[in-house]
Design a protein around this ligand. Structure first.
Ligand code: NAP
Length: 284
């Protein structure tokens, strides 16, 4: 990030602690634009960092939540940041919910959608420790379904709404474990590899509709999903020590990159996996 010639970034707190409330200020480049954001479980969620960036840039957001039980938590997260947040239930393994959720999005957003944030994943705990060789068939299927197939399913539903909007931008979240063997990441690494390949195939499928699809490969962040990986704290410390910037990435920084990829600023970029990891992945 070196310099800030536009003065766009007012303050960036260099810390390994997670920013629960964004301190960034962005130009209002997304006013009138409509976004669907999945994966806000709590204030530590990467999706919350992204939603705050989109909101600050003026976007109108619909959040998805998985099950009624989680709705109050999402409402609490939005408190004081986004007034009367729009929400829709979506468990990505449920096709009826996918249909219903996108029907609601179409109604709320006048049939149009400009941006979609796919920021969710799941693998059973047993698959995030020990060896990948021990992965059970049912666990494999579940991890792939939720963490990888869901991007295709959601993109298929988003497509007509983005066509009506004249195009769109979709992002997903991945991790270095798709490219390299990372201890304990195991099954999720396999699912992320499929997700990254899926990003490229979707970019090719949807490109003619002026819909871009990109992935952010984020460094480790202490979230609910992250903590599901065995010995996650060691992973965090190792990344901070070894990365070029000698620290871990913040959800605020991931939010800034997401804003770039979702906005017209990245108009010529599609099918890419962009590392937002303080330079960890370039080190030997
Ligand atoms: P998080 O806060 O725990 O978010 C994960 C989200 O996935 C939750 O909102 C969860 O909803 C949702 N989810 C799981 N199963 C679902 C389903 N069947 N239908 C709909 N939603 C479902 O963790 P996070 O770290 O921010 O994860 C967001 C994304 O970033 C994931 O793709 C993750 O792999 C990726 N990522 C994370 C890191 C990291 O170190 N944390 C690094 C790189 C990439 P519930 O809470 O309702 O289950």
């Amino acid at each position: 990030m070196g310099s800030d010639p536009s003065g766009m970034i007012k303050s960036l707190i260099m810390t390994t602690e997670i920013q629960e409330k964004s301190t960034m200020e962005y130009p209002k480049i997304l006013v009138g634009k409509k976004a669907l954001v999945s994966g806000v479980a709590n204030k530590r969620s990467i999706a919350w960092g992204i939603a705050q960036a989109l909101h600050a840039a003026g976007a109108d957001i619909i959040f998805t939540y998985q099950g009624e039980r989680l709705k109050p938590e999402l409402e609490k997260v939005c408190e004081g940041v986004i007034d009367n947040p729009k929400m829709v239930e979506l468990d990505v393994t449920n096709d009826d919910q996918l249909d219903a959720a996108f029907d609601t999005v179409a109604k709320e957003f006048d049939g149009k959608l400009d941006m979609m944030v796919h920021c969710l994943a799941f693998a059973p705990k047993e698959t995030l420790q020990g060896g990948y060789v021990d992965t059970q068939r049912a666990h494999y299927a579940m991890a792939q379904d939720i963490s990888s197939y869901s991007l295709a399913a959601m993109s298929r539903k988003a497509r007509p709404l983005m066509q009506k909007a004249g195009g769109g931008s979709i992002i997903t979240l991945t991790y270095l474990g798709a490219e390299k063997v990372i201890q304990n990441y195991n099954m999720m690494g396999i699912a992320k590899a499929a997700l990254e390949a899926g990003t490229r195939y979707l970019a090719s499928d949807l490109g003619p509709d002026n819909i871009r699809v990109n992935a952010i490969s984020a460094g480790p962040v202490k979230t609910l999903a992250g903590r599901g990986i065995a010995d996650f704290t060691t992973m965090l410390n190792h990344h901070a020590e070894k990365s070029c910037l000698k620290r871990n990435v913040t959800t605020e920084e991931i939010g800034g990159t997401a804003l770039f990829l979702l906005s017209p600023l990245s108009g010529g970029i599609t099918g890419e996996v962009l590392h937002v990891d303080c330079g960890y992945s370039i080190k030997g």
